[in-house]
Design a protein around this ligand. Sequence first.
Ligand code: P5A
Ligand code: ZN
Length: 468
Amino acid sequence: MKNFSQWFHDILEEAELMDARYPIKGMSVWLPRGFQIRKYALKALQELLDEDHDEVLFPMLIPESELAKEAIHVKGFEEEVYWVTQGGKRELNEQLALRPTSETSMYPMFSLWVRSHMDLPIKVYQTVNTFRYETKHTRPLIRVREITTFNETHTVHATKEEAEEEVKTGIEIYKQFFDELAIPYSICRRPEWDKFPGSDYTMAFDMIMPDGKTLQIGTVHNLGTTFAKTFDITFENDEGEHEYAYQTCYGLSDRVIAALIAAHGDEKGLKLPPVVAPEQVVIIPIIFKEKEDIVLDFTNKLEQLLKSNGIRTKQDKRDIRAGKKYYEWEQRGLPIRIEVGPRDIENKTIVVNRRDTGEKEFVDYDETTIVEYIKNLLDDISENMRNEANKFQEEKTYPVEKLEQVKKTINKKGGIITCNWCGQTDCGKDMEEKFDIDILGTQDADVSGECINCGNPAQSKVLISKTY
Ligand code: P5A
Ligand code: ZN
């Protein structure tokens, strides 16, 4: 892929995912095909969250007085908040923020809900739109001003240990989710200067995009008791004393869909993992004049058979060249294409093409085994796509030992560099400036030796890249 930016821009239109021509910067329209992919991705995520979390829905507007309460948090977002100041022609008594995220919407309510330790834990999530007046270059799905798919989980606990445990749960859920979607990632702890405003610490997932820059695709935050103190979320413990609750929150956005598109797409277009493909199989009847009935009889039956077994199947009977159909469905990224012509029916075979490898197979047709065959093939495709994507992320992660290699490696190869680091803010910021790179964060590892930059004893491994 020569120019990823251009490719990404074009694919949204060509694969009919989004229309970016909406007349507000940073806001786009989900088209039916894009919306379906979004729907299946959310379904997979919600299944994981639903095991131990409840879905809720909070209002989109936040009173200024609540948003302003948590000083560090509001400072982090003040440049990005959209304000509602009028109702009709009347000025509002208090201006209302369009949520940039929902801590300050939810936590005043949590304060009312939590009385005793019996009310804990609270574990809720919602999927909503949020608004951030981003000043960096906006890009559909990647950096938007209306995040249309903001899935945020918020939890409240009686103990620090439990909150710590929930951070691990959040990470585990996102790992499973990304694995299911065949999206590769590296996990690290963001440096102090890049953590979520108001949090104790932030764990982040980053994916290496085809152009070598990384995209933050999800974050899990340990909020400690900072917000509980601000919003007075307290509970009475067994001794009758009031204690502040411990909180976590974690979130994903439209970026997941961007990651999905970027991780697998190629020159032919989109390549969708079966879990999110609007159609998993497309059947193309090859119709010649006299044999039309025979072919359609066969393909109609096949379509019904696959559909009734839960395989999302579409038959493309349009009266256009078969070649044009192949081209279109490849561009749209469907995992499997089946072609059936009169000759195939005589030979009792069908032609099965997989989008991931481009391989074509003549399969003996047997009504009693074809469903099983297709299901296995879909599993195979999922696994292959996951392996390919993970391989890319691994191959583009470079351990580096000498300072002069940092900039050289990133400029030449992109991706993520790992090296030893002292963990000091001054040193980290110095490196960011000197090399025009970003410190993604640290991974605990047994390190010995010196910081690559300042020579002080190394504390951990650090991940470095250019970021979106
Ligand atoms: C966690 C959920 C939060 O807002 N509050 C509730 C916490 N964290 S976050 O890191 O600020 O955002 C969560 C994820 O949202 C994505 N994201 C964006 N996606 C598209 N456009 C944007 N402008 C944008 N801003 C953030 C990131 O993937 C981030 O990890
Ligand atoms: Zn250092």
